[in-house]
Design a binder for this molecule. Structure first.
Ligand SMILES: *Cc1c(COP(=O)(O)O)cnc(C)c1O
Length: 392
């Protein structure tokens, strides 16, 4: 065993920045447009191609993407939207931005994603007269495991719901449907809208940034307007036209644009997406092999599913102690996530401990180990050694 010791913390996730990334950013800084130039359009075209959707709209963050989706789906006070308690708070917050009600439903123990059977039961047990308040569902491709979107589409169609897929963890993930056709996370073929984040811990970094993908042109156009104040210059929809300077604001939007500086970085990062994904999968395989047959629990990926490994989650008996022990060794593991329904903000709506037993039990034991393409073999060995030393 080598006596490698890291000189700075090994975090659970981090970006990779190359010389090409830096050159692309510098080039934009020296160009005419720092924002509203050609780069965001170039980035969104390339991103849609990678994801397999007809359209992608890039925005200023994943949270902004979620907000604009909730607006596009017309969430309003009185509407109920179902999501998972094991996600980043944004998946739920987008419903609140529009005044809707968040209904949490528990996760599946073996995959950590929203349990579709429990959602079905919830809907079936709701008296018919009250069922129409349920408008949509926000399933999360947790850690990078895509949800079975074929099954979600069937459920959504049966109950008249829309689907907003939170695919922040899963660019490049896929699963085989019953016909053996590969369905990529966020590809627009099943969910109405999907969103991604370009925060540095995610697969593609633009510092802050996000995207919405969809196959619906009307949704794409609406998101394009909403991200820029609700303003349009499209001659086909202008109510008047006073000249070349003229624009109209048709609804209340925001400034949620991605800048050219950020988009240039995204374009370069996207070129390495497949290679980075492969590296994440190699790292996952090494962890799986190292922890097989030990008390460090790694859930297996269901057959036909291709995980994108934003996170590598293990479950251990003494999670808090392991977290602290790893910190003393310069390994900064993380917990994903504190159940959202237990956040003080959501408790005010009546959610409490005991409401989501599977999610709450998961939270007691989960830990995300370092998982990012630049993690070296030596660093990973060091992480494995320290985890096993503590747990066995
Ligand atoms: C990161 C993340 C978001 C929010 O993305 P930001 O770009 O940080 O706003 C939303 N949902 C999930 C599941 C995430 O992991």
């Amino acid at each position: 065993m080598s006596n490698f010791a890291p000189t700075k913390p090994i975090s659970y996730g981090r970006q990779t920045i190359t010389e090409a990334d830096i050159a692309a950013v510098v080039e934009v800084l020296q160009s005419d447009y720092l924002t509203q130039g050609p780069k965001p359009i170039e980035f969104e075209t390339a991103f849609a191609h990678y994801i397999g959707s007809k359209y992608a709209a890039v925005v200023s963050s994943g949270a902004a993407a979620l907000h604009l989706c909730a607006m596009t789906l017309e969430v309003k006070p009185g509407d109920k939207v179902i999501t998972s308690p094991i996600t980043f708070t944004s998946s739920a917050n987008c419903v609140r931005y529009c005044g809707g009600e968040v209904v949490f439903s528990d996760i599946e123990e073996s995959t950590y994603v929203l349990d579709i059977q429990k959602v079905r039961t919830l809907l079936e047990r709701t008296p018919k007269a009250e069922r129409s308040a349920y408008k949509g569902v926000v399933p999360v491709d947790f850690a990078g495991l895509p949800v079975d979107m074929v099954a979600w589409r069937e459920l959504a169609d049966e109950f008249g719901l829309w689907i907003l897929e939170d695919a922040c963890h899963a660019p490049g993930a896929s699963f085989l449907d019953r016909q053996g056709v590969e369905r990529r996370a966020g590809d627009g073929s099943l969910a109405d809208l999907a969103i991604f984040s370009f925060h540095p811990v995610k697969h593609i970094a633009t510092a802050e940034g996000g995207a919405v993908t969809t196959n619906r042109q009307d949704y794409y156009e609406r998101i394009g307007r909403l991200r820029t104040h609700g303003i349009t210059r499209d001659p086909n929809i202008l109510q008047e036209n006073h000249g070349g300077w003229y624009y109209e604001m048709h609804e209340l939007g925001y400034n949620y644009r991605l800048t050219d500086v950020q988009a240039a970085l995204g374009i370069e990062q996207l070129k390495r997406a497949e290679q980075s994904l492969k590296r994440r999968r190699d790292i996952a395989r090494r962890y799986e092999e190292a922890f097989a047959g030990t008390p460090v629990l790694v859930r297996s990926v269901p057959t036909g599913f291709h995980h994108a490994y934003h996170l590598f989650v293990v479950e251990v008996a003494k999670r808090r102690e392991l977290y602290d022990a790893l910190r003393t060794k310069n390994i900064f593991a993380q917990v994903h996530y504190i159940p959202v329904h237990l956040q003080p903000y959501y408790r005010e709506f009546g959610w409490e401990r005991g409401d989501m037993p599977v999610a709450e039990a998961y939270y007691e034991h989960c830990l995300s180990l370092p998982m990012f393409p630049a993690l070296t073999d030596e660093e990973q060995e060091y992480v494995i050694k320290n985890v096993l030393e503590f747990c066995t």
